[in-house]
Ligand binder design. Structure first.
Ligand SMILES: Nc1ncnc2c1ncn2[C@@H]1O[C@H](COP(=O)(O)OP(=O)(O)OP(=O)(O)O)[C@@H](O)[C@H]1O
Ligand SMILES: [Mg+2]
Length: 274
């Protein structure tokens, strides 16, 4: 049996919908692949399957077929054109809470028996702060919270971080301002929210980097390709490569059993104690 590689498990969330979670997840994933890493992306959105659209992938099966035992994870994972491996629209994730111990161990087994070993496991979560989003984020080692400079996005990013705090999670939280005018704007947004977090919750988050507003991003969506693939010389493609470097420099999970198994154990115990 081969040794498991250490893996980084990174969740992307925002509270408010439509602020750029999927754009950021897909492009960080594609930029990491271009650096030579093996990346698995889980579409944690229960309904919309937007990640497939962004990557130009079509799938017959999704994670719910793994939960029901009809398919193995190897059957369900799609290798997309950009080289990112995708677990499509995880419409069964919310049912994890009701799995029996036996079913749960088969899910954990499904992840640990994936033929390919990954360097990074990215999870694009749904909008909102439902218990399934919080459980997914809680099971990750690292959490990127995307926000825009508008009051409802800032309030929802804060609300997400507060819920994590109430779950005892204050480490591995990074803010990522999206659609900003430039570096100063992004740093200002980060500093202001971080001050509020420090004042009311008593801890500080870290800065992940930023993405400027770029009209090439909606164009890349229309082409169903990551911008780092279809417009690699655009400004935002450069920003996504920097964000990929940021992820590369995060700690990996050194758990003996392999990071994915650890992730699902954490996720399951979060659901059990909910
Ligand atoms: N930096 C940016 N510049 C310009 N447009 C952007 C930028 N980031 C995202 N967008 C656009 O914003 C829209 C929403 O982005 P996206 O789908 O990634 O958000 P989301 O947070 O995943 O949404 P949802 O909550 O529905 O899952 C898309 O049309 C995308 O093209
Ligand atoms: Mg999305």
């Amino acid at each position: 049996m081969s040794l498991k590689k250490p893996i980084k498990v990174v969740g992307v969330s925002s509270g408010k919908g439509g602020v750029g979670k999927t754009t950021i997840s897909v492009n960080i994933a594609a930029a990491l692949v271009k650096q030579g890493l093996d990346v698995l992306l889980l579409d944690g959105d229960l309904g919309l399957a937007n990640v497939q659209l962004a990557l130009g992938a079509v799938s017959e099966y999704n994670f719910s077929h793994v939960l029901s035992g009809e398919k193995t994870l190897d059957d369900v994972v799609i290798e997309t054109v950009s080289g990112v491996d995708l677990v499509p629209g995880a419409s069964g994730l919310k049912d994890l809470a009701s799995l029996s111990e036996r079913e749960t161990s088969s899910v954990i087994q499904a992840f640990s028996s994936l033929t390919k070993q990954y360097d990074v496991f990215l999870i694009d979560t749904a909008a909102g702060i439902s218990s399934s989003v919080v459980s997914l984020l809680g099971a990750c080692q690292h959490r990127i919270i995307v926000l825009k400079d508008d009051p409802s996005s800032i309030a929802d990013a804060y609300a997400t971080i507060k819920v994590l705090f109430l779950e005892g999670i204050t480490r591995g939280i990074y803010l990522l301002p999206n659609e900003v005018a430039g570096m100063e704007h992004a740093e200002q947004l980060f500093t202001n929210l971080n001050k509020v977090i420090a004042k009311f919750l008593g801890f500080e988050t870290s800065y992940a980097g930023f993405v400027k507003h770029d009209d090439a991003i909606p164009q890349a969506w229309k082409k169903a390709m990551p911008i780092v693939s279809c417009f690699p010389n655009s400004e935002s493609a450069r920003e996504f490569r920097k964000l990929a470097n940021f992820v590369t420099n995060l700690n990996s999970n050194m758990d003996d059993n392999g990071g994915l198994q650890f992730f699902f154990n954490q996720l399951h115990s979060a659901y059990r104690s909910a």
